[in-house]
Design a protein around this ligand. Structure first.
Ligand code: SF4
Ligand code: SF4
Length: 281
């Protein structure tokens, strides 16, 4: 890839081999995730592996029962703590490169012709995302927490891949909640421009990860803009799948409440103004 001045444009390893990295993350993580239902016999996909329901307060829950939720879901707790901890220091690499639930959606969206793609980039993602996260805290407290499990992407995507091999998973997609989940994955994933609308709007883990990203931005490594090089041309915002770049006004800003270090913007920037690193001192 060449810049306008004829010199090679600075694209990182992570951006250049992005598709390959996403394929590797799917191969490494999706089969074990899809096999959990079969291995544990837990059709609701909960218990020790669940990475999200342990942190919500349910109606009538005692403090002991709440704390026992952390013990029961110890694998899910370990996953979430690892994700949020590494994000503090290095940014959202889980979301951008490793998540086996998001990777198939982003890769699948590359196969959809541009005229068929849906553009959600004008949606106020942080407001929507944290409104949806708050549902996770409110719904169980009024006794209908099963709604969160029914519309959980960590369950739906593995089931989708297991469906050709498992009658139970196939049947899931013939029921109402399976049809709705499939529609959401298609509408907000495969057919969404950038393939990340589901991540940007409806993933509670992504919402927590984005918070960690924002908190750690003061000291951790992040995608940043060198203002001395930026011409405010807006090219970077056109390729951002997280809708994290605001070019309105006369300053281009990366919103660390949405950015994941996919680095696609680096390849689009003609002036090499975008870099990954610690805040300038
Ligand atoms: S700002 Fe750049 S690195 Fe961050 S999500 Fe957008 S394209 Fe990816
Ligand atoms: S593409 Fe580069 S120069 Fe253009 S607005 Fe983005 S950071 Fe600034």
């Amino acid at each position: 890839m060449k810049a306008d001045n004829g010199k090679p444009r600075a694209t990182s390893f992570w951006a250049r081999y992005r598709n390959l990295i996403l394929v590797i993350s799917i191969i490494l993580f999706l089969p074990p995730l899809a096999a959990i239902v079969q291995l544990t016999g837990d059709v609701n996909f909960c218990g020790r592996w669940c990475p999200r329901m342990f942190f919500v307060w349910r109606e009538g829950t005692t403090m002991t029962a709440f704390l026992m939720g952390f013990v029961r879901s110890y694998m899910g707790v370990a996953l979430v703590v690892t994700i949020l901890g590494t994000t503090l220091a290095f940014g959202r690499y889980w979301c951008s490169h490793l998540c086996p639930v998001a990777s198939p959606l982003e890769l699948g969206s590359r196969l959809v012709p541009a005229p068929l793609k849906l553009d959600f980039s004008k949606t106020p993602a942080p407001s929507f995302r944290y409104a949806y996260l708050s549902v996770y805290f409110i719904v169980p407290a009024i006794g209908i927490g099963s709604l969160c499990c029914n519309y959980c992407n960590f369950a739906a995507v593995p089931r989708l891949f297991a469906a050709p091999f498992s009658a139970g998973d196939l049947t899931y997609f013939l029921r109402f909640q399976g049809v709705v989940n499939l529609g959401l994955l298609l509408f907000l994933g495969i057919f969404a421009k950038g393939g990340r609308a589901y991540c940007n709007l409806l993933c509670p883990i992504g919402a927590l990860d984005a918070l960690s990203n924002r908190i750690g931005a003061k000291f951790g490594r992040r995608i940043r803009i060198d203002r001395t090089k930026c011409t405010n041309c807006g090219e970077c915002s056109k390729v951002c799948p997280a809708w994290a770049i605001d070019t309105q006004g006369d300053t281009t800003i990366i919103n660390q409440l949405s950015c994941m270090p996919c680095r696609l913007c680096q390849g689009a920037c003609q002036t090499q103004a975008i870099y990954y690193g610690k805040p300038a001192s």
